[in-house]
Design a binder for this molecule. Structure first.
Ligand SMILES: NC(=O)c1ccc[n+]([C@@H]2O[C@H](COP(=O)([O-])OP(=O)(O)OC[C@H]3O[C@@H](n4cnc5c(N)ncnc54)[C@H](O)[C@@H]3O)[C@@H](O)[C@H]2O)c1
Length: 308
């Protein structure tokens, strides 16, 4: 297949590009390198340094004759979205629309989209949240993801373009940066490797559904052969708190630092965890890497990258 991946120099999508290349697909990556890094881009993929809001994107689609768009480029910092909702929407909504309009004009049949299971449901009524849980995002970032899902419904109904929406939990792993939804893993690991004290916000009992990037990649591979349009959670269904992360990373990084707690972040969601029953049933997807194993792999990666 001919596939264009937006945001393919970033954490999650660069791993997806690696997997697609390995499967023999032909890849074009579009990224403005605002948070992504060129060296993340697989050398077998063509790289276009471009903002997804730029009208030149049309030329890339015209030349590429793509079968599939995998759309991962985004302003993905929740706090930044609160500080500047207009900037956030300019990339996440208008940039997304530029991608989808190019797809429509140039005959793309399928869009895979990275939505969020961590931010789209808001405070949960039940645990884990399935895809039918009410959608009450509490940040501009979460709202742009919901809005984009609605646009994809429109492109399916009116223009016949299929979509697979993947609502990720909190994704962690090699190449992650501190700004994403599981940024705490990168923050703690980088501090501990330098022998600095990492500070836990509040009592550290806030929980998230930490999902290893390799498992997220598998969902994106499975999405390629899915027929039809659908929305799937991609998460482990298991909650872990921040104190667990701290202790686990401390062991993997051989650090004897004691837990230190700072003030709680105002308005921080206390619990978030999503169900994978639907994606298991429809795509056969199950998480395969435990948090402890995934943190070990991630800690090794950060150790190497800090020492290089
Ligand atoms: N990390 C998570 O836990 C998580 C959870 C749910 C959803 N997501 C979504 O997954 C996607 C990838 O996130 P990530 O964690 O890999 O973040 P990332 O910042 O590493 O990746 C985003 C990529 O998009 C690029 N980009 C940003 N603005 C752009 C623009 N205007 N034009 C072109 N490229 C642009 C960045 O340079 C970067 O390479 C995002 O859409 C994010 O919202 C991430």
């Amino acid at each position: 297949m001919r596939i264009i991946v937006t945001g393919g120099a970033g954490f999650i999508a660069s791993h997806i590009v690696d997997a697609y290349v390995k499967e023999g697909h032909s890849l074009v990556v579009v990224d403005d390198l605002s948070s992504g890094i060129k060296r993340n881009v697989n050398p077998k993929a063509s790289f276009v340094h471009l903002d997804i809001r730029d009208e030149k994107l049309d030329e890339v689609f015209k030349a590429g004759n793509f079968d599939v768009v995998n759309h991962h480029a985004a302003q993905m910092d929740v706090r930044k979205s609160v500080a500047d909702p207009q900037f956030d929407a300019s990339i996440n909504v208008l940039g997304g629309l530029n991608v989808f309009e190019c797809a429509r004009r140039h005959g793309v049949r399928k869009i895979i989209f990275s939505s969020t299971g961590g931010a789209i449901y808001g405070e949960q009524d039940y645990f884990p949240a399935d895809e039918l849980h009410p959608l009450r995002p509490l940040s501009p970032y979460g709202i742009t993801k919901l809005c984009t899902e609605k646009y994809l419904f429109y492109y399916k109904e009116v223009h016949g373009i299929d979509h697979v929406v993947l609502r990720y939990a909190n994704v962690y792993g090699p190449r992650q940066n501190p700004h994403g939804e599981a940024g705490v893993v990168a923050i703690f690991a980088n501090k501990m490797i330098r022998g600095e004290q990492a500070v836990i916000n509040g009592d550290g009992k806030q929980t998230r559904d930490y999902t290893f990037v390799g498992d997220v990649v598998k969902a994106n591979v499975a999405a390629l052969s899915y027929r039809g349009s659908n929305i799937f959670n991609v998460g482990t269904g298991i909650e872990h708190d921040v104190n667990f992360l701290f202790d686990n990373l401390r062991v993997h990084l051989n650090q004897s630092l004691l837990e230190k707690h700072g003030p709680a972040k105002l308005g921080e969601q206390m619990r978030s965890v999503i169900s994978h029953s639907k994606i298991h049933k429809e795509l056969g997807w199950l998480p395969s890497v435990s948090l402890s194993d995934g943190l070990k792999i991630t800690a090794e990666y950060f150790k190497k990258s800090v020492n290089n």
